[in-house]
Design a protein around this ligand. Structure first.
Ligand code: ACO
Length: 325
């Protein structure tokens, strides 16, 4: 029995040039490198330049992914862009990316699930590809969270950064076995009872302003590990994969303590965990494809490897995806 799978052809990423260190932040707000590193593992983050928008970061990441995949932009018929920091309220930033890549066929749309955005976008594109609606997709996570931070709020401004990452997916017929390449399972969840714990205090319909990010950090932390591990167990149950059989764990990069606690609870060996939060901070929907690109480029992730993604964020939303590279 064959199965249509969404196989990753390539990935790429882009980080703005400007690096903002903890020491520089400590000169602006009452914090310290030691506090930030101890509580989060973050040492630095990248910040978009004036005039550099989410779409610009996304286009650069998409070009890198297309080059890595060795395919032409014209072969892409679907773009799903996960972001909570679009260039404009509308049109979708995805159409700016589509236009920037010179594509004017197929479909392009944005998807908003905050830090879980990339997993939600991957699952959406996977479903479209498996039904035959589209053949080759760009799935992008791109953010300029620096634009929605309250730079006087030390509880949040130290946590986030800007960046973008992308993967190229192609619908391919596979044997229909656990050794198939491509996306093997995805699991998405949300629970709006938590919508006031991590949010932006503005928006077109409510305040007609962009607003700033607000967070009850402890509340987020309290729920994060349980939600993340639940949805990973769902992925294991759906596929028969285990903590031992996966090759790489590429989690959303919010906080090293959350990542360590989740891996520990699931008995995932520390050497399988891809960590970039120290260098990138929390780049929300961009964090997983940014981390993935690092581990692919440095040779860790190889063809045939079993790779596990997870994310959790505002909403709350959370999800997992398991794929064979
Ligand atoms: N520097 C120094 N002190 C600080 C800072 C800072 N940057 N931020 C807060 N503090 C202070 C607080 O004011 C407080 O001081 P007080 O005791 O005098 O009132 C003290 O540190 C403790 O504050 P808490 O918020 O309780 O600190 P906590 O240990 O919970 O750490 C943190 C805060 C790092 C935000 C933690 O709660 C956390 O990691 N939460 C998860 C949130 C997260 O990762 N969100 C990302 C988005 S969601 C996601 O992507 C999963």
């Amino acid at each position: 029995m064959t199965a249509i799978r969404s196989v990753v052809l390539g990935c790429g990423s882009y980080l703005p040039q400007r690096v903002l260190t903890n020491a520089e932040l400590a000169a602006k707000v009452d914090t310290s490198d030691e506090w930030i590193v101890q509580r989060t593992g973050i040492r630095q983050r990248h910040i978009a330049a004036e005039g550099e928008f989410t779409s610009h970061l996304a286009i650069n990441a998409a070009r890198a992914a297309l080059a890595h995949a060795g395919v032409d932009a014209q072969s892409i018929d679907l773009i799903v862009l996960a972001t909570s920091t679009p260039d404009q309220t509308f049109p979708a930033t995805a159409v700016a990316v589509q236009n920037g890549l010179g594509i004017n066929h197929g479909a392009a749309f944005d998807l908003q699930a905050v830090c879980s955005g990339f997993v939600f976008a991957l699952a959406s594109a996977d479903n479209f590809l498996r039904t035959g609606a589209f053949k080759r997709a760009l799935v992008i996570g791109a953010e300029t969270f620096s634009r929605i931070l309250d730079w006087n709020d030390r509880g949040t401004c130290v946590l986030f950064g800007d960046g973008a990452g992308a993967v190229v997916l192609e619908a391919q017929a596979q044997p229909g076995t656990p050794s198939d390449r491509g996306v093997l399972t995805t699991h998405l969840r949300s629970d709006g009872r938590h919508k006031g714990k991590l949010y932006v205090d503005g928006g077109p319909s409510s305040t007609q302003t962009v607003g700033h990010l607000r967070m009850e950090g402890r509340e987020v932390f309290k729920h994060a590990v349980g939600m993340i591990t639940d949805v990973i167990v769902d992925a294991f149950n759906a596929t028969g994969a285990t903590a031992d059989s996966i090759d790489w764990f590429v989690p959303h990069q919010a906080n090293k303590r959350i990542i360590d606690a989740s891996a520990h609870k699931l008995h995932i060996a520390p050497q399988k965990v891809v960590l970039t939060v120290d260098l990138h901070g929390n780049t929300s929907a961009a964090s997983i494809p940014l981390a993935l690109a690092v581990a692919v480029n440095d040779g860790r992730v190889k063809k045939g490897d079993l790779v596990l993604f997870e994310a959790m964020g505002g909403g709350f939303t959370w999800g997992s995806a398991l794929l064979r590279w």
